[in-house]
Design a protein around this ligand. Structure first.
Ligand code: DGY
Length: 346
């Protein structure tokens, strides 16, 4: 990585740090102790500790006069916030995805944006594979059957599901997480197909034994389709009614990326009509999902609350990296992981 370079329009070092005074930052969720103590050693942190996401009014107030903001995927960070809080120099997102941040607006206003790639790859791939197994082998349905007294005898036709060995896994998005899922699928003796916009994984990320194919072929041939693309204008509703119609009626869809990559109404129809067999979702179009949403009543759909990266080790590593990004941004250092590095070259 290149040595520290200042972003355009940023001071050589935070004036507050030079004067011995700690710069102010806003943090929209309590962080694990270790990274939080490190942050507090260098900055004065205003932390939202209430229920639910930080309210807009709190965010405006906490960011007024602040040099940095540490946000989560639950926060919308738009141009309006930066206009109202012109002292902000960095938005550090506690996630690899930055679809909750208007990155173009931040770049226009010379606000650096940081994210947390790499540290959550294994945890997210594990959760994706947990959903693959749970949806393929109907785990929640089977557990409910036990609770409902439907386990009356061993029955050769009861709760039959999809066998993974010999089946085809189709991975949409061949980045780090997609390829980590590919490695897990190969270990389960699956054939693995993958699609990505670029037609190949990034350098150093590819996995032997994965065949890159066109989207149509992936959808037609896969028994399990697992989604691993970032959400942006080109991936919104990437999987809609037309794509679901190409899938096998026995196929399982898993989404641990972002809910809006799938057209949720079309998915509901496909699951309710038996157009596809099952789905496992860590993400939905509007989070948190309303508990009365009909999707949650479908026996062939498992929904969990955006817990892909939710292990103690991974959430701590994400917080460490997010704090590194935040501290670098407020002191004029280069962010270890910056999504708008063009600000350094401007
Ligand atoms: C991310 O990092 O984008 C995840 O969705 C949060 O777990």
């Amino acid at each position: 990585m290149a040595g520290p370079r200042r972003a355009a329009g940023q001071p050589p070092a935070a004036a507050a740090e030079r004067s011995g005074e700690r710069a102010r930052v806003a943090v929209t969720r309590a962080l694990p102790d270790g990274p939080f103590r490190r942050l507090e050693g260098r900055a004065h942190a205003e932390v939202w500790r209430g229920e639910g996401p930080a309210p807009t009014a709190w965010l405006r107030e906490a960011c007024a006069g602040a040099a940095g903001l540490l946000a989560t995927p639950a926060d919308r960070v738009g141009d309006d916030l930066v206009v109202a809080c012109p002292t902000l120099r960095v938005v550090s997102n506690l996630a690899v995805g930055t679809d909750n941040v208007d990155v173009a607006a931040m770049t226009r206003r010379k606000v650096l944006v940081g994210n947390t790639p790499g540290v959550l790859t294994a945890a997210t791939a594990d959760l994706a594979f947990a959903l693959v197994l749970a949806a393929s082998r109907r785990l929640i349905e089977a557990r409910d059957a036990v609770l409902d007294g439907l386990w009356t005898a061993w029955d050769p036709a009861f709760m039959l599901g999809l066998e993974l060995a010999g089946a085809t896994m189709g991975i949409i998005g061949a980045g780090r997480i997609g390829m980590a899922v590919a490695r897990r699928a190969l270990a389960f003796d699956m054939r693995v197909l993958a699609w990505s916009r670029r037609g190949r994984p990034p350098a150093g990320v590819g996995v032997d034994g994965v065949e890159m194919v066109a989207m149509d072929r992936l959808l037609r041939e896969s028994d399990v389709v697992s989604i691993h693309v970032a959400l942006d204008a080109s991936s919104a509703h990437l999987v809609g009614a037309a794509e679901l119609a190409l899938m096998k009626p026995t196929a399982v869809l898993v989404n641990t990326a972002r809910g809006a990559v799938v057209d949720q109404e079309a998915l509901f129809e496909a699951l309710a009509s038996g157009r596809i067999a099952a789905a496992g979702l860590d993400v939905v179009e509007h989070e948190p999902i309303d508990p009365s949403d009909p999707l949650l009543r479908l026996p062939n759909c498992i929904v969990v609350p955006h817990i892909g990266s939710a292990t103690v080790a991974t959430r701590t590593a994400m917080a460490e990296l997010a704090v590194d990004n935040l501290l670098a941004g407020i002191t004029g250092e280069r962010l270890p992981s910056c999504v708008n590095p063009e600000l350094y070259d401007a």
